[in-house]
Ligand binder design. Sequence first.
Ligand SMILES: O=P(O)(O)OC[C@H]1O[C@H](OP(=O)(O)OP(=O)(O)O)[C@H](O)[C@@H]1O
Ligand SMILES: Nc1nc2[nH]cnc2c(=O)[nH]1
Ligand SMILES: [Mg+2]
Length: 179
Amino acid sequence: MSEKVRVLISEEEVEKRICEMGKEISEYYKGEEVHLVSVLRGGVFFTCQLAKRLSVPVSLDFMSVSSYGNDTKSSGVVKVIKDLDDAIEGKNVLVVEDIVDSGRTLSYLLENLKSRKPKSLRLCTLLDKPECRVTDVHVDYTGFQIPDEFVVGYGLDYMQHYRNFPYVGVVELEDEAAK
Ligand SMILES: O=P(O)(O)OC[C@H]1O[C@H](OP(=O)(O)OP(=O)(O)O)[C@H](O)[C@@H]1O
Ligand SMILES: Nc1nc2[nH]cnc2c(=O)[nH]1
Ligand SMILES: [Mg+2]
């Protein structure tokens, strides 16, 4: 078997949408500071790109959670691998994620962060698969709604590969023998 990645959302489309999101988010937080919580590992590419498009003061922290490991199906158990470095009490926290799929990761994370008493707590995701939800999650900012396909690129991996692809694509497995 060999793998091929079919483009779903081009680099140009992604960049354009992130600019629009940056404007909308900056408008919302006008006059305030926003504390970005980037969800490692997948959320890091989107976070960097979005942060550059924000015109309000920004601070940044990282949390690492994982429920997929090297699988394409969620294990159903969200593990915290690295906690935030700084307290978020009294801050305007914006969680920045690459994808909301089953919703388990974000549902867990938002509850966890809420208990730390931020001034406000909102969620921004580059991609959303609303039809895959098993848990309710309120998303404040969405880049693109996509169908139920396992996607890679822009931070998203398949067996730890493809995170660095500048576009969003779908992995297609090709049977060499069938050619
Ligand atoms: O809505 P869910 O079904 O919970 O899926 C979304 C989560 O899955 C992926 O992370 P993953 O656990 O693969 O870790 P990674 O970011 O380190 O790749 C993705 O980056 C989201 O964090
Ligand atoms: N790479 C990748 N990780 C995910 N985690 C949850 N959904 C997805 C997906 O479609 N692709
Ligand atoms: Mg992730």
